[in-house]
Design a protein around this ligand. Structure first.
Ligand SMILES: Nc1nc2c(ncn2[C@@H]2O[C@H](COP(=O)(O)OP(=O)(O)OP(=O)(O)O)[C@@H](O)[C@H]2O)c(=O)[nH]1
Ligand SMILES: [Mg+2]
Length: 339
């Protein structure tokens, strides 16, 4: 049993599953902290009976806020790292030792579970959106990230202590990966079991849209900076970060995200020009892309294909209603968004 690591669980209406997860986790760590986020069922009492410390909120504020509360509590209690596990039974606490073993070898790094090795167990639309997310989030994080949407992760608190989390709900876990990678940290992966089929609070349209808008707006700022600076791959500034400053005011943040979404296509072409034509004057601009031997033209091409992809997805959906199925989306994504 490792004493410097505790397990944290953000839980919302998870009374059926949270008890077993707490019990399972307590076999491997001595402390489990659950943030019950205004659940309307018995999540809090079930978790407490199973042996967790429960922090209860009176109203639902989303997973991101729950994670912030949990990080804070774990820091106050003196832990060095936390392992987050979902409350809905998608993660098996028996896999905790893999995370601890990897953490022992790489104490500075974030360790994330990955389910990408079991593609056939992931619903197709979800898998496809994970591939697109991975394409862009890996660019923001300066490294290839196998699974960017897995909630089973180990976070060293030394890094969490330094950074500021500005987003909410399901965006926060993406923000964490991007800022970690973009400040020079490594993210490592361990293969975990892929479990789907329970209830979900993730809203495929609004939550996915919120993640997309944040990722694009993050990359915008990152590439504006990288385009005009030499040898500057890690752009996340712990103090006075430009993107964080914009995020401080909700209205400005929304306007900025809207603006970046609306101008994505011309701006990706503009970045390509900067990448090609500014390099002789600003050597090694876009260092994070050059470092990985990733031609910017690939990013521009993929991004220009996004409206086409949306068209194909909609057409496939309509065709399905009249009994016609096709897999054009899969091969399209494979062609433009794979690594
Ligand atoms: N504290 C808190 N936790 C939440 C909230 N929404 C979801 N969670 C927890 O976050 C974890 C993941 O939420 P899910 O809704 O299952 O989202 P997901 O796993 O990304 O999506 P699926 O793969 O469809 O299940 C679970 O442990 C939930 O209990 C919330 O509003 N507040
Ligand atoms: Mg889930």
């Amino acid at each position: 049993m490792i004493s410097k690591v505790c397990v944290i669980i953000a839980a919302y209406n998870a009374s059926k599953t949270v008890g077993d997860i707490v019990t399972g986790a307590l076999k491997h760590v001595s402390r489990v902290i659950v943030a019950d986020d205004g659940s309307t069922d018995t999540t809090a009492s079930v978790a407490a009976e199973a042996g967790a410390e429960v922090i209860a909120a009176d109203r639902n504020t989303g997973k991101g806020n729950a994670l912030r509360t949990l990080f804070q509590r774990a820091m106050e209690e003196g832990y060095e790292a936390v392992i987050s596990i979902d409350a809905d039974g998608q993660h098996d606490p028996e896999e905790i030792p893999q995370f601890i073993a990897m953490h022992t070898r790489y104490p500075e790094d974030i360790i994330s579970g990955s389910r990408m090795h079991e593609k056939e167990k992931i619903p197709r639309a979800r898998y496809n959106s994970m591939l697109i997310a991975r394409f862009y989030i890996s660019l923001a994080a300066n490294q290839f990230l196998d699974d960017t949407q897995c909630g089973f992760r180990l976070y060293p608190l030394s890094f969490i202590k330094k950074m500021r989390l500005m987003t909410e709900k399901f965006v926060t876990e993406t923000e964490l990966l991007m800022k970690a990678g973009d400040s020079g940290l490594n993210v490592r992966f361990v293969n975990i079991k892929t479990i789907y089929g329970g209830g979900s609070h993730f809203k495929p349209v609004t939550d996915l849209f919120a993640i997309t808008a944040y990722v694009i707006s993050y990359l915008y700022v990152k590439w504006i900076i990288e385009g005009v600076t030499s040898d500057n791959p890690n752009t996340y500034a712990i103090k006075n970060d430009v993107r964080d400053t914009l995020a401080k005011n909700k209205t400005i943040d929304r306007l900025f995200q809207g603006l970046t979404l609306l101008t994505t296509l011309p701006v990706t072409v503009f970045f390509l020009f900067e990448y090609v034509f500014l390099e002789p004057f600003i050597p090694n601009n876009f260092a994070s892309i050059r470092k990985r031997n990733f031609k910017f033209a690939r990013i521009t091409r993929a991004t220009l294909m996004l409206p086409v992809l949306i068209g194909i997805v909609v057409t496939e959906k309509i065709a399905k209603t009249v009994g016609f199925t096709s897999n054009v989306v899969d091969s399209f994504i494979d062609r433009y968004f794979s690594y």
